[in-house]
Ligand binder design. Structure first.
Ligand code: SAM
Length: 173
């Protein structure tokens, strides 16, 4: 079993971009929004002995933490630290030397803000953030949020998937 066998929304283009920056990054990786582990397995299997820290509330019956852990197990993934909790509660300074973040949790501005607060505390200068659903008519907040973030000058645009479903930015200060 591998990442593409797990139910989720990550396309092959999204996966290619995530793989590229997971491999280029140094240090540990944080994922906001893991669901059943589709992106988690992809990232964790591409970062060697570095750790992927997965944050998710695992709130509903169809994304119980047990299902997530079972998928990791079936894919023989060992380098994941799972934190079950609401982003608004688990937003602590826990993750020193984080080289990349993948943001794919709640897609509203309030959630993006709290995820970014955590990134600003923990992401190294030169570290990457990949946002899923950058262009998605269902989630207009994401594009607006990322575009405003880039304008503030702490993060630089690097690249996006051909249809804009994922975008990568780099922390520059
Ligand atoms: C789109 S899914 C993640 C998909 C996953 N990255 C994948 O590739 O399959 C979004 C996830 O964010 C989680 N989430 C949304 N809001 C949250 C919050 N406030 N705190 C914790 N988790 C949250 C949901 O539980 C859900 O599992």
């Amino acid at each position: 079993m591998n990442w593409s066998d797990i139910t989720g929304w990550l396309s092959q283009d999204d996966a290619n971009l995530l793989l590229k920056y997971s491999k280029l990054s140094t240090g540990n990786v944080i994922e906001f929004g893991s669901y059943l582990g589709r992106s988690s397995v992809l990232i964790a299997s591409s970062i060697g002995d570095r750790y992927l820290i997965c944050l998710d509330g695992f709130f509903s019956d169809n994304n119980k933490v047990e299902l997530f852990l079972d998928n990791l197990n079936k894919c023989n993934i060992k380098n994941v630290i799972t934190i079950k909790g609401d982003f608004f509660v688990t937003n602590r300074n826990l993750f020193a030397k984080v080289g990349m973040a993948f943001i794919d949790g709640g897609h509203m501005t309030s959630c993006l803000e709290v995820n970014m607060e955590c990134c600003n505390k923990n992401l190294i200068i030169g570290g990457y953030i990949v946002f899923h659903d950058y262009i998605n008519t269902q989630y207009p907040d994401v594009k607006q949020f990322v575009d405003e973030l880039i304008k503030k000058g702490y993060y630089q645009y690097l690249e996006k998937t051909p249809n804009g479903s994922s975008i990568v930015i780099k922390r520059i200060r």
